[in-house]
Design a protein around this ligand. Structure first.
Ligand code: ADP
Ligand code: MG
Length: 917
């Protein structure tokens, strides 16, 4: 969080401060929790503790303002401030900008200064923010019956809200959704805290610590009477019904609090935030945070792996930043509505079928810059002329996008540029007409009116800022044109004056010039000073020249400078008018931007499907998952790029339907490095791709829609994550067992690794039993516990698979093939040998293993019943023995002894009862 910014609230020395410092202290008092950037001439200066913090964080020199008082101070040039501020925000600080409110040239007194904006990590427009990333500001609001969550990316205007009902469960779900979004900043009511006093702080705090900036906001911002009308005003609507918020007051209040916070920090109405989407969790395939991380959907698990290992990178060939963001969001929240998914497949198919039309479309998309972020800059008034022009340049590509969409929607008509298209290509196009493309073509608002206004108002290559003028095109404003002609006729009159004065004084080297400090002057070299006329006034002395002025020149100067000032004023007014026009059309621009994102996303999926030979998945009403020739999309690409051998395709069949003999749980055994984890993840990734509307890396895939995907990795496999402990693994497993449904897909990889063999085996065993008896979801379970394969005898729907290795004389060879049946042994020693363990160690290990196996066979012979066999490993009896050993009978009362006996009995009895269905 913020550094500690101690500043005396009532500084006893204030009275003795200079007027400037008094002004500073007044501004600082209003924003005690922000670093105050105080504009002084060409610098933003920081003082006191702010200066110490900033100099340390930004590595800039700390000096002292006032020799006597030794006030610590540091500063950054105002034109470079954006970068420094972004760095502070990324570290979690808030920054208040105190600007000069009047031109220092025009006032003799101290310049008036005001805080014009407060920048916070969740509301900043960070120029370094990657195109595909979102920067969310989030708010939570709890009522007695629900938990509301709202979040806004101010840099794009993306504003959403959701709500969870029920009191305790709602809080947990809201927390999870919050963490999944990784907001840059969370706001909450000051007195109540983010999740209210009821929530257990010990579990909450470490979770919330993942959000770097947590900002308390005045309670009233979260009151219904204030927040809801404010939200209505922001959305320009009388009622929230149209946004799906009518019956979700908790979500609406959270959203209203966000509007409050943005308006107060930005000192702006943020007009581009004009719509909000309410979503319910059931609308999408739910992926919890742990699953998203384990599957490396958007971020690598290990930082040294680089970003290429993520599904997002593998699937991103989008042409626009909006498309990239939509891809990222889609992979984290895939669809669940079969019609929406099918319609996207049809759209992808149509674009996949025609290389020429697709490339035409993607070329047009390539020219479109980040419409959302340009619009946000414009509406928050931080856009210069070049940003506005960039918007126009982007808008100019929209007609071509529309034309391509039309050509994809109507294959028969063909596009004028599609001459190279083969007959067979046309025929495939005929095969399926896509609603998506025709809808896009007819509804895309190409915003030509806005592009035209911008292009006619601005000059083609405007300067960065409005300060010097030269931004507005000629012919827009008569007065501006007149004033400019004074400027240009001025140049002619200067030449005339120069010529005349040369003749009058007979000094051939006489020059009339201008500079911003001294204005217009006549320069005469030292050697000619004798000929200077009496009416010249001396202005400045240089080494070998003197500069003069005359009354005529002074008059002229006033006229030119006034014209210049006046014309800059007019340009500012015209530019503001253009800006207003764009802001008034913000909702049109945003709608177009969303449409472009969708088009880009579909074209992206089509491009990758064609490039990599992905196929169209088939949705089945039954809860099955059938994959033929499936490949792990990320590893396949990585291997291809590295020029390695090819990925070995594998099949998969799961059916959690009514047929009681069909397999719904696959137990995969086999040596380390054999490909178990890859096989598991591949299944989840293919489902996520399919429900995102993409084609998939498989020869064929048929699936019933999945409502949740869970992926857990055993603790030992995951140690590098740092916080990984057996406890974490068990907490995660508990979540699955408590929330999975028969429509879910569950992947458990090396469960139970983090504890002793027997504990781990026992837990894995009972978890599998529970999955089969109580959940019946599609599940994959990779394990090194051989003993578990015996469960297949008890549960007919549990099928054993194993990864195949070839045993060659020089050691085992991994074939990465998955086949029916359990592995016949675990090959741990063979893998160790491959890893280069000394031969003596390998030999001894084989001996030990043989002895151990001999004794185990003996056990199995005695106890063939798998459930009974497990009791030999269970830690239960050991627990009871431990309890008894620790009991000191001499100090027990008879009642205590009875109680102990009852507890021990319950330990055996209750456990047995609770596992029965
Ligand atoms: P396990 O979980 O059995 O220890 P992994 O799934 O981690 O094995 O795979 C080990 C290595 O084998 C990984 O580097 C992976 O890239 C590679 N691999 C796995 N499956 C395949 C496959 N089907 N084709 C090619 N390489 C594979
Ligand atoms: Mg593994």
């Amino acid at each position: 969080m913020f550094g500690i910014l101690t500043l005396p609230v009532s500084d006893p020395t204030t009275d003795t401060q200079t007027p400037l410092m008094r002004q500073y202290l007044a501004a600082k008092r209003q924003h005690p929790d922000a670093l105050l950037f105080f504009r002084l001439g060409d610098f933003y200066e920081l003082f006191f503790d702010d200066a110490k913090t900033a100099s340390a964080e930004l590595q800039i020199t700390l000096t002292a303002r006032d020799k006597e008082r030794q006030t610590p101070m540091c500063g950054v040039p105002y034109h470079a401030a954006e970068n420094y501020i972004a760095r502070l925000l990324r570290k979690g600080y808030r920054v208040a900008i105190c600007d000069q409110m009047e031109d220092p040239k025009l006032t003799k007194k101290i310049v008036r200064r005001e805080v014009t904006r407060v920048l916070t990590p969740g509301t900043a427009l960070d120029p370094q923010l990657a195109a595909e990333q979102s920067n969310y500001l989030a708010a939570v609001h709890l009522t007695d019956t629900a938990a509301g969550l709202a979040f806004l990316d101010l840099s794009t205007g993306d504003f959403r809200a959701t709500e969870f009902s029920g009191s305790n469960a709602a809080t947990a779900q809201a927390l999870e959704e919050l963490l999944r979004l990784c907001p840059a900043e969370l706001i909450f009511p000051t007195t109540r805290g983010p999740f209210g006093p009821k929530t257990d702080q010990a579990t909450l705090d470490p979770l919330l610590a993942q959000i770097k900036t947590r900002t308390p906001v005045d309670d009233y911002a979260f009151s219904p009477d204030y927040a809801i009308p404010l939200l209505e005003r922001q959305l320009g609507s009388q009622s929230l019904e149209g946004f799906g918020l009518a019956h979700h007051p908790a979500a609406a209040i959270a959203a209203g609090a966000i509007v409050h916070y943005v308006r107060t920090t930005q000192h702006s109405e943020a007009a581009h935030v004009e719509s909000l989407r309410f979503y319910a969790r059931a609308e999408c395939l739910h992926l919890d945070q742990v699953t998203a991380r384990n599957l490396e959907l958007t971020d690598p698990l290990f930082t040294d792996a680089g970003p290429d290992v993520t599904l997002f990178r593998t699937m991103d060939a989008c042409c626009t930043p909006m498309g990239k963001r939509m891809l990222r969001a889609t992979l984290l929240r895939p669809m669940i509505d079969p019609e929406a998914i099918e319609s996207r497949y049809a759209a992808v198919d149509a674009a996949r079928a025609s290389l020429i039309r697709r490339e035409e479309l993607r070329r047009a998309l390539h020219g479109i810059l980040d419409l959302d972020r340009l619009l946000a800059r414009i509406s928050l008034d931080s856009a210069g002329p070049r940003d506005v022009l960039a918007l126009a340049a982007s808008l100019q590509h929209l007609p071509a996008v529309q034309k391509s969409a039309a050509s994809l929607s109507d294959p028969e008509r063909g596009s004028p540029n599609a001459e190279g298209e083969s007959l067979s290509e046309r025929r495939t196009l005929n095969a399926e007409r896509s609603q998506f493309w025709s809808h896009s073509a007819t509804t895309l608002d190409t915003l030509e009116d806005l592009a035209t206004s911008i292009l006619t108002t601005l000059v083609p290559e405007p300067p960065l800022t409005l300060a010097e003028g030269g931004v507005i095109a000629p012919g827009i404003d008569a007065e501006l044109d007149d004033l400019r002609s004074i400027g240009s006729s001025g140049r002619a009159s200067i030449a005339a004056i120069e010529e005349r004065e040369r003749r009058r004084t007979n000094i051939g080297s006489l020059k009339v010039r201008f500079n911003s400090v001294f204005g217009y002057y006549i320069e005469i070299t030292k050697s000619n000073l004798a000929s200077v006329p009496a009416d010249y006034e001396r202005k400045q002395t240089l080494v070998n020249a003197e500069r003069f002025t005359t009354p005529e020149l002074k008059d002229y100067e006033t006229k030119v400078l006034t014209a210049q000032e006046r014309s800059v004023e007019i340009e500012k007014r015209l530019f503001a008018g253009l800006r207003t026009r764009l802001v008034e059309n913000a909702s049109r621009i945003r709608r177009t931007s969303t449409a472009v994102a969708q088009i880009d996303l579909v074209a992206n999926f089509a491009h990758l499907a064609a490039l990599r030979g992905y196929t169209r998945p088939r949705i089945d009403p039954a809860p099955i998952l059938e994959i033929a020739g499936g490949r792990h999309p990320v590893i396949e690409c990585l291997m291809e790029n590295a020029g390695d051998s090819r990925f070995v395709p594998n099949d998969l069949y799961l059916d959690a339907g009514d047929n009681t003999s069909s397999p719904n749980l696959l137990l995969i055994t086999g040596p380390n490095m054999g490909g178990k984890s890859t096989y598991l993840r591949q299944a989840a990734l293919l489902v996520i791709l399919a429900q995102s509307g993409s084609f998939v890396s498989a020869d064929r895939m048929t699936y019933g829609l999945v409502d949740r995907v869970y992926t857990r990795i055993g603790a030992a496999d995951n140690l590098a994550r740092g916080r990984s402990t057996f406890m974490v693994e068990m907490t995660e497993t508990a979540t699955i067992l408590n929330t999975a449904t028969p429509q879910s897909l569950i992947l458990l990889d090396e469960m139970g690794r983090g504890t002793s063999t027997f504990d781990g085996l026992a837990l894995a065993w009972s978890t599998l039993e529970y999955l089969q008896r109580h959940i019946g979801a599609r599940a994959l379970f990779a394990t090194h516990y051989h003993e578990l394969t015996l469960l297949a005898d008890e549960f007919p729907r549990l099928k054993n698979l194993h990864v195949v290795v070839r045993e060659a004389p020089q050691g085992i060879v991994f074939l990465h093939r998955i086949e029916q049946g359990a592995a016949n042994r675990s090959y741990g020693i063979d893998v160790a040998r491959l890893a280069g363990l000394p031969p003596a160690v390998i030999q001894r290990a084989r001996q030990v293993l043989k002895q151990h196996e001999r004794s185990e066979r003996h056990n199995v012979a005695v106890e063939t019943e798998p459930a009974l066999q497990l009791t030999m490993f269970t830690p239960l009896s050991q627990l009871i023995l431990d309890r008894l050993a620790q009991t000191d009978i001499d100090t027990l009362t008879p009642l205590q002894a009875l109680n102990l006996l009852e507890e021990l009995k319950a330990e055996i009895g209750d456990k047995k009862v609770s596992t029965a269905p």
